[in-house]
Design a protein around this ligand. Structure first.
Ligand code: ARG
Length: 443
């Protein structure tokens, strides 16, 4: 008699898979990470089977004890985490796979894994928000130029600039929350595609695993990876925010700006140029955003055009997911730490913010208050700026000459900031209120 192939699904096969096929199809080298969730799912499933009498309480207890005790080493010839766990259970586990397929099992595992990753990422996001708020708070009086087109635009408080990132991160957290709602639904009981003839206790199992409910369509449940794509999209957007923050830090730490000094431990040197102190951490955070985008596009591409329902293509969902969770988590953490070791050079900031051109708009507003239509005022001030550039006479001086001494007063930057006192604007009063709000929210 020929030896039966060792695969759990080997019954109808006359030979096991070729070695190259085993290597090509195995996923345990990366899906081993789902192990604790596979165990949790299996424990709940065993309890569910006991509840409907497919397992006796004693059998379920034995399986559960064994699920908690086993410490297998992953074996690639057993394909994936699910089969490795089953094999490690030995003969007590032979009834466990009743009413279950790897298709609903893997969907369950990924959801459980993602649920815990999202909660980790959310605390990382709030940790970074805290470090931004702390830096803003410590330097709440510092004024910098705000930029559009990377050209000096109008004065703002540095705190206002930093709090802009706190707002972005709050939206990122909200996106993760929203995604988590669709993650936290239990597909177990969907089987391979068409549920089960056994009266599985789906609601009970879902509750055991902390899910909010069960999926409503077995075909959708095994083919759905929307929640994974949503997560990757949320991660990509969060990465985009980090890359913008990183870019600001790169610019601000340059000699040209000089607004900040990043602590030595969060910078690196050059192998050739002894004087260099490079913002590599910020640059890497900026660069890693590429991976986050790539992972999203990879998964969307994998899913595109797949026929219903489960297809093995979907095994390719895991590495992008794992990579995005890891990449984003590390980036959030290193950014938070780096900001805690970043000092603001107040003198450089204020020197840049003292550029009178930043208040050209205020001069136009001054003329508007005297009754001049804004378009005319804009033109008049523009001409004055050109004259100042041409003659080298500072703008406040030209303004005083042309519109009287009171016109020169608009060039007091502190006064100009204080005047921007409507909700969302950067007056010290408004920014102070926002700082207080964030401190309360993040406490
Ligand atoms: N390792 C597989 C995956 O990650 C598990 C599901 C396999 N199901 C199957 N019918 N081959 O997608």
């Amino acid at each position: 008699m020929k030896k039966a192939p060792q695969q759990t699904w080997g019954g109808r096969f006359s030979a096991g898979p070729a070695d190259i096929v085993k290597r090509f199809t195995e996923s345990v080298s990366f899906d081993w990470r789902l192990y604790p969730h596979d165990i949790a799912g299996s424990i709940a499933h065993a309890k569910g089977l006991a509840k409907i009498g497919v397992l006796t309480n004693a059998e379920a207890a034995k399986i559960i004890r064994r699920l908690r005790a086993i410490r297998p080493e992953p074996d690639p010839s057993l394909e994936d985490v699910h089969m490795n766990v089953e094999a490690a259970l030995g003969s007590v586990g032979r009834k466990l796979h009743t009413g279950r397929s790897r298709n609903d099992q893997v969907a369950t595992d990924i959801r459980l894994w993602l649920r815990s990753e999202i909660s980790n990422l959310k605390s990382q996001v709030s940790n970074l928000q805290k470090s931004l708020v702390t830096l803003a708070d410590k330097n709440s009086g510092v004024i910098i130029p705000g930029y559009t087109h990377l050209q000096r635009a109008q004065p703002v408080l540095l705190a206002h600039h930093l709090l802009a990132y706190v707002e972005m991160l709050a939206r990122d957290a909200a996106r993760f929350d929203d995604c988590a709602k669709r993650v936290n639904v239990c597909p177990l009981g969907s089987g391979a595609i068409a549920g089960s003839t056994l009266r599985l206790a789906r609601e009970f199992v879902a509750k055991e695993l902390g899910f909010d409910g069960v999926t409503h369509n077995s075909m959708d449940a095994v083919s759905d990876r929307d929640f994974a794509a949503e997560f990757l999209a949320a991660a990509a957007i969060c990465g985009m925010h980090l890359s913008r923050l990183a870019e600001d830090l790169v610019l601000w730490s340059s000699a040209e700006f000089g607004f900040i000094r990043i602590g030595d431990a969060y910078t690196t040197g050059s192998s050739l140029m002894p004087q260099k102190k490079n913002p590599d951490i910020a640059e890497l955070v900026r660069g890693k955003t590429g991976r986050l985008y790539g992972n999203l596009v990879a998964l969307l591409t994998i899913l595109k055009g797949l026929p219903m329902t489960y297809n093995r293509d979907m095994q390719e969902d895991k590495e992008p997911l794992f990579d995005s969770a890891d990449t984003l988590s590390a980036s959030l953490q290193v950014m938070a730490d780096m900001l805690r070791h970043t000092k603001i050079n107040k003198a450089k900031c204020e020197a840049a913010a003292s550029d009178p051109l930043l208040l050209a708009t205020d001069l136009a507003d001054f003329l508007v208050k005297q009754g001049m239509p804004f378009r005319r005022a804009h033109h008049a001030v523009g001409a004055l700026v050109a004259e100042s550039e041409r003659t080298g006479v500072p703008l406040p001086k030209l303004a005083a000459k042309k519109y009287g001494a009171s016109a020169a007063k608009v060039f007091d930057v502190r006064r100009a900031l204080a005047a921007r006192n409507i909700p969302g604007a950067p007056s010290p009063k408004q920014v102070c209120a926002q700082l207080a709000r964030w401190k309360a929210v993040l406490r």
